[in-house]
Every structure is written in C-alpha cells, then in structure tokens.
Design a protein around this ligand. Structure first.
Ligand code: UDP
Ligand code: MG
Length: 162
C-alpha cells in the first residue's frame, strides 16, 4: 500500500488554469471549476485578479510574434481573471482535454470551449500546455505560499488505496 501511495505521489502534477475575462463576465466560474472538481482533480490555489497589460504580455510571451498578441494581451488585462492551480495525475494533459481545442469551432462537444464558447478570441479559459509552461505559469501567477498542500478525503476514492 505504501508503495502504491508513493507511486501515486510521484505521478502528481500541477497545472495553471485561468478563467479569462469573458468567462468571468459570462458567469461561468462555477461551471468551469465544477468540471475540474468533478473529474477528481484538486484545487490547490485560487484568486481573482485584474492582470496589468505588462503581466499579460509576460504570461503570453511565447506568442509575441503573432498578429493577435497585442489584442490578446489587451483582452486578458481588460477585467477580472480567475487564476487557479489544479493538481492530479495527468492534470496537465487531461486539463487541456477538458478545455478543448483553441478554436471553439473545432472543440468537441463535451469540452469547456466546445460547450461554452464560439470564437477563438473569446474562448473563456487558459490551460498550461506542458510541464515546463505549467511550472513557469504557476510561478508567474502565484507565490509559493499561495499553494496549499492538503489531503482531500475523496483522493482515496479517486485513486484507490490498495
Ligand atoms: N488566439 C487568438 N487567435 C488565434 C490563436 C489564438 O486570439 O488565431 C488566442 C486565444 O484566446 C488562445 C490564446 O490566443 O486561447 C493563446 O493561444 P494558444 O495557441 O496558446 O492557445 P491555447 O493554449 O489557449 O489553446
Ligand atoms: Mg497556449
């Protein structure tokens, strides 16, 4: 049992998820949190903030050569964003599956963007695209002490313990 728990702990990952200003204004905060929560992932940090334009540019630095970069950063900094860190086995990759394709016209029904968004410029949610970006984005948005380590009582039912 101990070995299984250690293996489970070793596979734990964290990802950065943000509900963008359109998701907040459309009252989709609870809906989006609910999808991650019901899956069995664990919320370890959350706050609501209005990022500055400069901060948005840091967050999206990888995209600075793209034609939509300026509009995207204006939009991200236009109002409140719900910034979160979610933890779980495979949460980086599976979080992206829950979110769906970047363009909501191509997102499958059943995904967050597929069900709740229509155009790429208003696709309501951000999720880290890999382990390196997850680490960088968590560090950009949160101080270490804002991440909460705790055991959720449901974990043994989500992952099993024998
Ligand atoms: N975006 C856009 N036009 C595009 C491609 C992307 O406005 O043609 C926006 C969109 O909001 C997307 C964000 O830029 O979520 C970041 O783009 P990325 O390719 O990283 O997509 P994501 O990781 O969010 O699916
Ligand atoms: Mg991306």
């Amino acid at each position: 049992m101990l070995q299984e728990q250690e293996a489970h702990a070793a596979e734990m990952e964290r990802t950065f998820i943000a509900i963008k200003p359109d998701g907040v204004q459309r009252s989709l905060i609870a809906e989006i949190i609910s999808r991650f929560e019901r899956k069995g992932f664990k919320l370890v940090a959350i706050k609501i903030v209005v990022p500055s334009k400069n901060f948005a540019e840091k967050h999206y630095h990888d995209l600075k050569e793209r034609p939509f970069f300026n509009g995207l950063c204006d939009f991200l900094s236009s109002g409140p964003v719900v910034a979160m860190v979610w933890e779980g086995e495979g949460v980086i990759k599976y979080g992206r599956k829950l979110i769906g394709a970047t363009d909501p016209q191509k997102s499958e029904p059943g995904t967050i963007r597929g069900d709740l968004a229509v155009v790429v410029g208003r696709n309501i949610i951000h999720g880290s695209d890999g382990p390196e970006t997850a680490k960088d984005e968590i560090n950009l948005w949160f101080k270490p002490e804002e991440l909460v380590n705790y055991t959720n009582n449901a974990e043994k039912w989500v992952y099993g313990d024998n």
